[in-house]
Design a protein around this ligand. Sequence first.
Ligand code: HEM
Length: 419
Amino acid sequence: MTVQDTAKVTPDPGRDVLEQLMSPPADLDPYPVYAWLRENAPVYASKYGASLISRYADVQYVLKHPEVFPGACEEAMAQMFPQAAGHEAYQVLVTSLVGSNPPKHTRLRGLIGKEFTSRRVGGLRAAVESLADRLVDDAAERLRAGETVDLHTAVSLPTPLHVISDLLGIPSADRSRLAVLVPAMMNVVDPAASPAAVNAADAAFHELGDYLGALIAERRRTPRDDLISALVLVHDDDNHRLSDGELRTLLFTLWSAGFETTATGIDNALLVLIERPETRKWLLGDEPSATAFVEETLRHDPSVQVAPGIRFAATDTALSGVTIPQGTQVRLMLGAASRDPAAYPQPDDFMPGRGGATPLSFGAGIHYCLGAGLSRLEMTVLLPRLQRKLPALALDGPPGRRRSIPLRDFTSLKVRLAE
Ligand code: HEM
């Protein structure tokens, strides 16, 4: 579909855009709806109470001006999500890093940021390389034996799952069990979550919360060389720089933000390699060439389609000529901004090294993704290995998609060796 075609798509005026994005055909291809939004309703008032912002310049403005569009505080959240009163899972949104404002945000980010400096992340390279070698070799062996392999569960998910778990100190035996709780918990990020989805989020929130509580107590008794132990020390020091709730939520956030997002990025990149074989050469070159490929996959089809941070207008503010009244909830449509022709010429084309506007796939400003360097490391280590060891893959059926928004994630990506 060309840019002109996508702009001509007219969503059903009787249905809210968020509902359309979650059902066929937009659940599989949201980009025509995004094109319509950018052109016709760059500030779209959803019946779910949020104004959806879709143009690159507006999204970037909101991200970079937290004083004009701060994160929703507890009172604002209570107004925006009346259901939050009876559902603890919404605490993730209010008390998390992305939901907090300066000075609290500055303090929390200062405490945790040093664990994610480029030097620290670079130090993980050898471990990521050996994990990637092991997972890719296992998958290659099964494929060469004629099996169909689900690369989502065999490679894309375990890579970031083990990396973030090793960093935090989550024991291997517990990882798979806990991993399924994250998508359930993240239902609350969805602006149009159903009551059943919110109940499932609550259950997952409790299970993960209890688990982390027990792990914190264990590390307090017997510290190890991991991030949980380091944060417990910060919590317990003289000034109590980290409160009980903050410690728990930080672990929550790091654990939940740390793998579904990256797994989706890897799955998306794999789809590009399979469906656009001419792009494979980017992974056979030097490191900058692999980096350019990874950056373009993150722009072309961002894992995080709606920014998790819920903001509101601190004062009446105009975006694209539309006044957003004070107190309005604002959601940033990163998937739409990433295909804005005003920022990226021929935005639907896949063009590694295209240059142009700064990608917003990891956000921007004070809430810029803490794990961006880690995800990039994982993707640039893993994808060239996959391409070298499995140069010709074919899909074995359509990919299984879980959702379209807020995270455009996968449940399966079955492949076989191409003839
Ligand atoms: C491809 C993978 C990833 C993508 C696309 C992604 C995307 C994003 C985006 C868009 C934001 C900004 C949210 C907003 O402003 O509303 C963000 C923030 C954040 N991300 Fe990521 N993320 C990824 C991987 C990770 C990983 C691996 C971690 C964990 C180490 C992580 C931890 C965080 C945290 C803690 C924040 C909040 C930062 C703050 O508020 O200061 N992310 N991410």
